[in-house]
Design a protein around this ligand. Structure first.
Ligand code: ZN
Length: 167
């Protein structure tokens, strides 16, 4: 097992569409184990493969009830609306009140290709929507209002200028 560096916005890999997994082999299993280790180390409640630079449709999560793994997932149902303070390991140390569906249901397969359904509201519903967004190249930044997004981009530019001056 290995811990991978987590890609941070504006890394272009975070904006790319991930591809379906077709081989359920040893290398997929190793990827999943590495993602779990990286997620727990971060620590985070979810991690999608593009966040470690792998453009495959795989995410892992743990909302406090043990490790979850989903391969080739898609959201098959959403209900309600819920505003929640949400962050992302790829946009570190920032949180925003973001409105998404309160309940989400996702269908996909597990590491051996067995069919899996995950569903829930609160944090579970939130994680499913957030991680599957990552697989479509969508960051939580695109869920912000235009004004908040502009301010974030300005702040990030200023911070990177400031860091460049640290000798
Ligand atoms: Zn994220």
């Amino acid at each position: 097992m290995a811990i991978f560096p987590i890609r941070v916005f504006p890394d272009p890999v975070l904006a790319m569409q991930a591809s379906d997994v077709t081989e359920f082999d040893e290398s997929l299993s190793r990827l999943i184990d590495d993602m779990l280790e990286t997620m727990y180390e971060a620590p985070g409640v979810g991690l999608a493969a593009p966040q470690i630079g792998v453009l495959k449709r795989v995410f892992v999560a743990d909302v406090g009830e043990g490790a979850l793994v989903m391969v080739n997932p898609s959201v098959t149902d959403v209900q309600g609306s819920w505003k929640f303070e949400e962050g992302c390991l790829s946009v570190p140390d920032r949180y925003w009140q973001i409105t998404r569906a309160e309940y989400a249901r996702a269908e996909g397969v597990g590491r051996d290709g067995e069919r899996i359904v995950l569903e829930g509201d609160d944090l579970m519903g939130r994680v499913l929507q957030h991680e599957i967004d990552h697989l479509d190249g969508t960051l939580l930044i695109s869920r912000l209002s235009a004004r908040v997004r502009r301010q974030l981009l300005k702040d990030l530019r200023e911070e990177s200028v400031a860091t460049d001056r640290v000798l």
